[in-house]
Design a protein around this ligand. Structure first.
Ligand code: COA
Length: 318
């Protein structure tokens, strides 16, 4: 026994920032950003807190599933950065939604949604839950150095959510980690301890872009291939691939290593940029609401991110 997805939801801040707007505040251009990443615009929090965005996505998923918050047996939020160290974003959400179940956050960076599905599958397998809510929600705009054009142009803010019910639709799932602080990292807040004598780097995203790129392309293809094999399927059986939306070039290069046609890869990075763990559930919600998925479709979810983490899963849509 594992789960099936019975509802999806998503939300984003009101403010959309175009590449042209960015080129007015830093040395970049729509041409560079589009050709190197595929991103045309991204949503960025202005007056919204990330709890507001998470709540909107969670409510949309509950409504889509026809489930009341009081029926939930667990809430998992995946995020790099909630509004507080404590309470967790999941506890903030539990209070706002009026749920009464256990609630906790997970951080596996951009692979967080897949890590959370694997965690949820364990709760279902042990018969501990009948319905769970997962909300993946990221506030990347507050973790970036907006003077660093090599990183900040790629990201955005938003949230995606799913409601899970006991079922048999998770056909396989893999999660991996290759611990590497150096490749991509965001230092934690420094505080103001009068005793601290360690160096205090600013809270901003740093990466070795080419190393991340290589890891991403290799792992996306390898994880998806392995998950398909674990499910006892072939690559031709996959109806839709929902890849992490980090860079259109990474998606295209991964696809070339697989035997799955490009038109089965779903993409919305143009309007969102990279929203870390929220990227896949937002994409899933958009396509679900468009009516893209049909009963019996085989979905391949695949992600990579800070850690370095990666993972993939195969789901049957119901
Ligand atoms: C970041 C990334 C898009 C950079 O693309 P790239 O083609 O490798 O570009 P480079 O880093 O080689 O930079 C090429 C040039 O563009 C410049 N450049 C970088 N960012 C720019 C920007 N926003 N606008 C204009 N020029 C820019 C660089 O300074 C460099 O100039 P130079 O040749 O004069 O030194 C790419 O490495 C990447 O996608 N890496 C993975 C990052 C990622 O996905 N992280 C998230 C993981 S979840």
């Amino acid at each position: 026994m594992n789960f099936k997805i019975i509802g999806t939801g998503s939300a984003h801040p009101a403010r959309s920032v175009t590449n042209d707007e960015l080129s007015q505040i830093m040395d970049t251009s729509d041409e560079w950003i589009t050709s190197h990443t595929g991103v045309k615009s991204r949503y960025v929090c202005t007056t919204e807190t990330i709890s507001d965005v998470a709540e909107a996505a969670g409510r949309a998923a509950l409504e889509n599933a026809g489930v009341d918050a009081s029926e939930l047996d667990g809430i998992i939020c995946t995020t790099i950065r909630g509004d507080y160290f404590t309470p967790s974003l999941a506890c903030v959400l539990q209070e706002r939604l009026g749920a009464h179940c256990p609630a906790f956050d997970m951080n596996a960076a951009c692979t967080g949604f897949i890590y959370s599905l694997d965690t949820a599958a364990g709760f279902f397998a042990r018969g501990r839950v009948r319905k769970m809510l997962i909300v993946s929600c990221e506030n990347m705009s507050k973790l970036l150095d907006w003077k660093d054009r090599t990183t900040c142009v790629l990201f955005g803010d938003g949230a995606g959510a799913v409601v899970l019910e006991a079922g048999e639709n998770l056909l396989s799932i893999r999660i991996s980690a290759q611990g590497s602080r150096e490749t991509m990292y965001i230092p934690n807040v420094n505080g103001n301890s009068p005793f601290n004598q360690a160096p205090c780097p600013p809270t901003a995203l740093f990466w070795h872009g080419h190393d991340v790129y290589r890891f991403a392309v290799t792992q996306m293809a390898a994880e998806l291939k392995a998950a398909i094999q674990d499910a006892g399927l072939t690559q031709q059986d996959v109806t839709w691939v929902l890849p992490h939306q980090a860079n259109l070039r990474i998606i295209d290069a991964s696809q070339k290593r697989l035997d799955i046609p490009r038109d089965r890869f779903l993409v919305n990075i143009q309007r969102y940029g990279n929203i870390s763990s929220a990227a896949i559930p937002i994409l899933m919600d958009e396509e679900n609401r468009k009516g893209t998925f049909h009963s019996g479709d085989i979905l391949g979810l695949v992600a990579f991110g800070g850690g370095l983490t990666s993972g993939a899963c195969i789901l049957r849509w119901d």
